[in-house]
Design a protein around this ligand. Structure first.
Ligand SMILES: C=C1C[C@]23C[C@@]1(O)CC[C@H]2[C@@]12CCC[C@@](C)(C(=O)O1)[C@H]2[C@@H]3C(=O)O
Ligand SMILES: O=C(O)CCC(=O)C(=O)O
Ligand SMILES: [Fe+2]
Length: 359
């Protein structure tokens, strides 16, 4: 029986030092423990994109006949893109945003009833990556995998539960279909087809994949320039699909441009290449470094669909993408192994599984 995401951190506790969830609404000044300087994050002030190069991640229409190549090109240059005409019903996007807003509006003592434990996967808490930083992030999160019923029961009365669980289930189903479509479109652009990836071609999408939903809330912040919503990280996934409300905050990093803000485009979704897709593509698709900044007047919500393979599947570079005279850039790894490496080594995880080839 493969490890489910629920069990990934069992026996691998994540200690969050000095953790206490504040009541953000009660703070009118930024406490020192929330004030970030370049000492706390070396990339904090990495050169912003110069005005002349006001580039942004591409917005791709999935109905466009050349969508596959546009996606492939975005995965190579940015590791991220936005999509329009994705087929996910707008009422569902509104539904998941409403649910997320209602959850975070609950009083802190109620949200803490569904707190994520140190070895647990789902529930309410600060970002897992908090343990790698000395400063706290101006955000709160809620992680869901599988049925959210047990956790939701701790938050809401019975009469809300069916409706909220249906929204989550329907959202995950739609995201699953979309993620699979995006993976194959981007691989097609590299000349990779289903015959080249045995584990994916032998089963239908829902058999080989698993996923988690990460709901994020970035409350209004008295001093946004000195605070950090979610510190710079890459996702461990194959792909992440992100819905953001209409408040800007997400930024992606490009070596040549610095931090670039991803503007919210109504009804579109943001897609990030994760570390496992970077490995699968033998480094051709970049897993994108990204972070979330906060705002002085508007609170921000985001819903990340984190998508990867079942835990018994080893991900390794597609042989077709390794040059005939070269070796694969990465060793093979399951999502569970990778999540545990990431939980210990954070942004060094990818380089830890890189093959070091003597030249
Ligand atoms: C499956 C997962 C990916 C994730 C860790 C998690 O177990 C559930 C939450 C995900 C998230 C969301 C915020 C950023 C991130 C780095 C984190 O701390 O938790 C990602 C993790 C990841 O992609 O590695
Ligand atoms: O809120 C955002 O825009 C980013 C969220 C994110 O990166 C994540 O949940 O992994
Ligand atoms: Fe992320």
């Amino acid at each position: 029986m493969p490890t489910m995401l629920t069990d990934v951190f069992r026996g691998h506790p994540i200690h969050l030092p000095h953790f206490h969830q504040p009541d953000f609404t009660s703070l009118s000044e930024l406490p020192d423990s929330y004030t970030w300087t370049p000492k706390d994050d070396p990339l904090l002030d990495a050169a912003p994109s110069p005005p002349a190069a006001s580039e942004n991640i591409p917005l791709i229409d999935l109905n466009h006949p050349d969508a596959a190549n546009q996606i492939g090109s975005a995965c190579r240059t940015w590791g991220a893109f936005q999509i329009a005409n994705h087929g996910v019903p707008l009422e569902l996007l509104q539904g998941i945003e409403f649910l997320t807003g209602s959850l975070f509006q609950l009083p802190v003592h109620r949200k803490l009833k569904a707190a994520r434990s140190e070895t647990g996967f789902s529930g309410y808490g600060v970002a897992r990556i908090s343990s790698f930083f000395n400063k706290q992030m101006w955000s709160e999160g809620f992680t869901i995998t599988g049925s959210p019923l047990n956790d939701f029961r701790k938050l809401w009365p019975q009469h809300h539960l069916n409706n909220y669980c249906d929204i989550v289930e329907e959202y995950e189903e739609q995201m699953q279909k979309l993620a699979s479509k995006l993976m194959w479109l981007s691989l097609t652009s590299l000349g990779v087809s289903e015959e080249d990836i045995k584990w994916a071609s032998a089963n239908s999408d829902s058999d080989w994949a698993q996923s988690a939903l990460q709901l994020n809330h970035y409350p209004v912040c008295p001093e946004p320039d000195r605070a950090m919503g979610l510190a710079a990280h890459t996702d461990s996934t194959l792909l992440t699909i992100l819905h953001q409300n209409n408040t800007a905050g997400l930024q992606v990093f490009r070596d040549d441009l610095g931090w670039v803000t991803v503007p919210p485009v109504p009804d579109s979704l943001v897609v990030n290449v994760g570390d496992l897709f970077h490995i699968l593509s033998n480094g051709l698709f970049k897993s994108v470094l990204h972070r979330a900044r906060v705002n002085q007047t508007r609170s921000r919500l985001s819903v990340a669909f984190l998508w990867g393979p079942q835990s018994d599947i080893k991900i390794s570079p597609v042989p077709k993408l390794v040059s005939p005279v070269g070796s694969p850039l990465y060793r093979s790894v399951t999502w569970t192994e990778y999540l545990r490496t990431k939980a210990t080594h954070f942004n060094e995880a990818l380089s830890m599984i890189r093959n070091h080839i003597d030249e």
